[in-house]
Design a protein around this ligand. Structure first.
Ligand code: ZN
Length: 158
């Protein structure tokens, strides 16, 4: 089961609506938790696929390195990735599977129908090698944060 804060859940769905009819993508930062992850932050990434941005996504390697470095500096790890499926179901595609290499990480997909986020699913990339990897549908538990009314960008320190 993938845990994420309400802020993360809302953020990845809003991102998919903003980039519609193109796909959005980003990384999920958090800490390991009981066989999966507890996600505390969603980091938006630019969709570098220009040939077919409506049905393909990719995070540039340099951007990924930067995201990972910044995560580590704050004691977090990359626990997964997310992207949207404009006018397609929240199910992984053959391309999604082929391009998924982070074993033990979660791949979150949000279906965006007519510009509105509908279903969000998470698939854990299980297995021990690139040969036996496989996606397992996992539940998403949205956790309410202690400060739900804190506006984005507002400092927690008074
Ligand atoms: Zn996809």
């Amino acid at each position: 089961m993938l845990q994420m804060t309400r802020a993360v859940y809302d953020s990845i769905r809003a991102h998919g609506e903003e980039t519609y009819p193109h796909e959005c993508c980003g990384a999920l930062l958090g800490r390991p938790a009981a066989g999966s992850w507890s996600i505390e932050e969603a980091v938006r990434a630019g969709n570098t696929r220009t040939d077919s941005a409506h049905n393909r996504y990719q995070i540039a390697p340099a951007e990924l390195v930067r995201i990972e470095r910044e995560a580590r500096a704050r004691g977090l790890s990359i626990g997964g990735f997310y992207h949207s499926h404009p006018d397609h179901p929240a199910q992984w595609s053959a391309t999604d599977f082929a391009e998924a290499h982070w074993l033990g990480c979660s791949y979150v997909i949000t279906a965006v129908a007519q510009g509105k986020a509908t279903i969000t699913n998470s698939f854990l990339l299980a297995g021990t090698t690139e040969e036996d990897k496989h996606f397992e549908l996992e539940a998403i538990e949205v956790t309410e944060t202690a400060e739900p009314l804190l506006a984005q960008g507002e400092s927690k320190k008074a």
